[in-house]
Design a protein around this ligand. Structure first.
Ligand SMILES: C[C@](O)(C(=O)O)[C@H](CC(=O)O)C(=O)O
Length: 297
């Protein structure tokens, strides 16, 4: 029997290399990440907010909207999914319910942060935090709520940008003590990076390769050398696709034909192949769809 996704993530986190988790916002991106041969994927809350609402990451999505998105992503590819769970959508009881739903939805790990409600993207200014003790209670609630002991609870602190490095590391240490499996110090600047791992010997640390550019765009090997074990790439796929879509629209507006764009986009066949056409065809054959009615290109 194959290993559960949570076990696979645990084993990967215990390995020598840092786990690379490209950010996805829906099932198709999950398919792409799996096809590209990555061992994990990440559901970005910022990207989910943008694609679902057309609004920035300022805490407008509800818990059930986030869980719904995560569940569809988890259904689409057999990879451990690390999901953004914002600030847990309330107090410890809200965290408890959120963890239950994410876990039932097939998610392997979530990150919870110590921002007030409503939260905002960790790379934006003006963040406000809850008291560290309140976050400790949320971390405890998250750890208690999981059924599968391999489900990974990641505690994120947004304190660095608000109260400075030492306060952030102190908070992170409290969250680790409360049971967090992985520590996520949000938006470190280049000078901060060498100071994080020495405070947490043996603790898996998350590196957020956000598109803001505040945290530097290092290589996997450079990040490993700094002592990090999990790298998320939140919005890179979405921003690549959006930029390509913007260019397509410019061309269409200018040329009033799609002809010059056509050679550069994913082919019709590749699109459906990535969307698991082969599985559909096999199911049709198995369940007796007559040959003339089977889905074919
Ligand atoms: C990790 C993050 O929470 C996300 O939603 O993906 C964001 C990333 C981003 O906005 O680029 C964050 O707050 O860092």
């Amino acid at each position: 029997m194959s290993l559960t996704r949570t076990r696979r993530l645990r084993l990967a986190l215990a390995g020598d290399r840092a786990v690379m988790a490209p950010g996805v916002v829906d099932a198709m991106y999950a398919r792409l990440v799996a096809e590209a041969g990555f061992e994990a994927m990440y559901m970005t809350g910022a990207g989910t907010s943008a694609t679902r609402l057309g609004y920035p990451d300022v805490g407008l999505l509800t818990m059930t909207e986030m869980v719904d998105n995560a569940t569809r992503i988890a259904d689409a590819a057999d990879l451990p999914l690390i999901a953004d769970a914002d600030n847990g959508f309330g107090g410890p009881l809200n965290v408890r319910r959120a963890i239950q739903l994410y876990e039932r939805g097939g998610v392997a790990a979530v990150h919870l942060e110590d921002q007030v409600l409503p939260k905002r993207c960790g790379h934006l200014a003006g963040k406000q935090l809850i008291p560290a003790e309140d976050m400790v209670a949320k971390v405890k609630a998250a750890v208690d709520a999981r059924v599968d002991p391999d489900f990974v609870v990641i505690a994120r602190t947004d304190a660095l940008a608000v109260h400075g490095r030492e306060a952030a590391l102190d908070r992170a240490a409290m969250y680790r003590e409360a049971g967090a499996d992985v520590i996520f110090v949000e938006s470190p600047l280049p000078d901060d990076l060498p100071h994080i791992a020495p405070r947490f010997p043996g603790v898996p640390l998350l590196y957020n390769m956000a598109t803001s550019g505040k945290t530097p765009f290092l290589t996997r090997a450079e990040i490993e050398a700094l002592g990090f074990k999990l790298i998320i790439y939140p919005n890179w796929l979405l921003l690549s696709a959006l930029e390509a879509a913007r260019r397509t629209l410019e061309v269409l507006r200018a040329e009033e034909t799609i002809a010059s764009v056509a050679p550069g986009v994913m082919s019709f066949k590749q699109f459906f192949d990535t969307a698991r056409m082969a599985e559909i065809q096999e199911l049709e054959a198995r369940y007796g769809t007559s040959p003339e009615h089977r889905t074919e290109y």
